[in-house]
Design a protein around this ligand. Structure first.
Ligand code: COA
Length: 415
């Protein structure tokens, strides 16, 4: 028994944001039917190809636990199949460019007519407003949602982050909306429209930066390094390098070997509660009582000096030694881990967060499994489907078409 067993998803998603959401629903136990254009499929199948002739990792890593149905939904026979699918599915998830579904003849109003219990969930780049008709990809969302303007160093340009907060982040938001809508439907008996705009999702994840925007009106942001450096603030939340976004100052500091290893760094947080331990560890016991260093407000104008001294110490240790020494003292630190290190980390393999999957075209590959662990709904990661792998099975077993009808739909060129 899995959490969403019995729930059927009409997965009309492509690229990353929507597929992230439907993959999670699949991991929670829903039957996810991915509808793809015949002969073409999700564009990512053939993007960033590393093994000639095989579905790309971009596609496989976002489309586990789904079945693939090819269907030309602009063809009359294809539309008839889609209508039947809408009738029997619980949730329809899509992330087409604005207006594409309407042009196809399946507006929200029409979908409700066909199935009033349907939850229709969409990712779009922007919500209602001046940009609602725009096509949007990850980095556009990071820029329009406030992440880029607040990421990077003060003297450099805005930066996008490697974490796909626009695509995968919005997929997560949408998934939460869908599960809540399913719960509400239990009581109301009705479906509803769920919209997760990427700009809104990114801004939600940048909540603390809007917090700082308002704090700026009341004076400088004293926990930002630029305060101690005497650099005046402008009128918008600035880029803060690796400063911590919270009330406990932190930085990324060099560790032993940093000259040759780009990831030989640690994040180090000078949490107030463990300041005395930090002073002892780095060999500055006098800072425990010196009024210039003993309290958090006293340290704020001196963060460069404080972190400089800590870094002198971390540079004598590897990032793992820093962890081993600081953890027992409750000093919050974390090594900068590379993708290479994460891919072989035994605990992530054991927890099912990094999973090896076998694929008929490409052989074995690694993927990120479900990051949400539920005690009563275990996740088995099942390889992504080949294009149209389940077309006949779905038409026959889910939609009840006879073999003759399937042949006639195929002859019409709709599947
Ligand atoms: N059968 C027939 N036609 C199909 C089809 C099917 N099974 N599946 C899709 N199509 C059609 C669509 O109807 C659309 O046709 P139209 O433009 O003539 O109406 C066409 O394929 C292309 O769809 P579109 O969504 O515009 O794809 P795109 O490659 O041009 O744009 C995005 C890609 C991601 C920019 C765009 O989909 C988008 O902005 N999505 C919303 C935001 C989003 O999720 N972005 C992040 C993606 S990770």
């Amino acid at each position: 028994m899995k959490a969403l067993e019995g729930i059927r998803i009409l997965d009309f998603t492509h690229v990353q944001s929507g597929p992230t959401c439907t993959q999670l629903l699949g991991w929670f136990g829903a039957d996810v039917i991915k509808v793809e254009r015949p002969g073409v499929g999700d564009a990512t199948r053939k993007q960033l190809v590393d093994v000639e002739g095989a579905d790309s990792l971009y596609f496989t890593m976002l489309n586990h636990n789904k079945r693939s149905l090819t269907l030309n939904t602009k063809h009359e026979s294809g539309k008839a199949v889609l209508e039947r699918l809408i009738r029997i599915c619980d949730v329809m998830v899509e992330n087409f460019a604005p207006g594409a579904l309407d042009r196809m003849g399946f507006s929200w109003e029409r979908v409700q007519e066909i199935n009033p219990r349907m939850i229709m969930a969409s990712v779009k780049g922007f919500g209602p407003g001046p940009y609602e008709d725009c096509k949007v990809y990850e980095n556009v969302a990071q820029c329009a949602g406030g992440a880029a303007s607040t990421t990077g160093f003060l003297d450099g340009p805005p930066l996008v982050t490697g974490a796909q907060i626009g695509d995968s982040g919005t997929g997560l938001h949408l998934c939460l909306g869908i599960v809540a809508a399913l719960y509400q439907r239990e009581r109301s008996g009705r479906g509803q429209r769920v919209l997760a705009p990427m700009q809104d999702g990114v801004l939600n994840l940048c909540r603390v930066k809007l917090r700082d925007q308002q704090r700026l009106e009341h004076g400088p942001l004293k926990e930002y390094s630029q305060y101690g450096e005497g650099i005046p603030f402008g009128d918008a939340t600035p880029r803060a390098g690796n400063d911590s976004g919270g009330g406990q100052p932190g930085r990324i500091l060099k560790c032993r070997g940093w000259e040759d290893d780009p990831d030989s760094y640690t994040y180090f947080i000078t949490q107030a509660a463990v300041w005395e331990s930090i002073c002892d560890v780095i060999g500055r016991p006098e800072w425990k009582t010196d009024p210039d260093y003993a309290t958090p407000p006293a340290r704020l104008p001196r963060l460069n000096e404080v972190f400089g001294a800590i870094e002198q110490w971390t540079m004598t240790k590897t990032k793992f030694e820093v962890m081993d020494i600081c953890n027992p003292l409750n000093i919050p630190v974390g090594p900068i881990l590379s993708m290479k290190e994460l891919s072989v980390e035994p605990s992530l393999r054991e927890s099912g967060t990094v999973v090896e999957v076998d694929h008929p075209e490409r052989g074995k590959y690694l993927t990120v499994g479900c990051p949400i662990k539920m005690s009563d709904s275990p996740v088995d990661v099942v390889r992504s489907p080949l294009l149209g792998e389940h077309t006949d099975e779905i038409l026959r077993e889910v939609l009840g078409y006879s073999d003759e009808e399937i042949v006639s739909i195929r002859d019409a060129g709709a599947i």
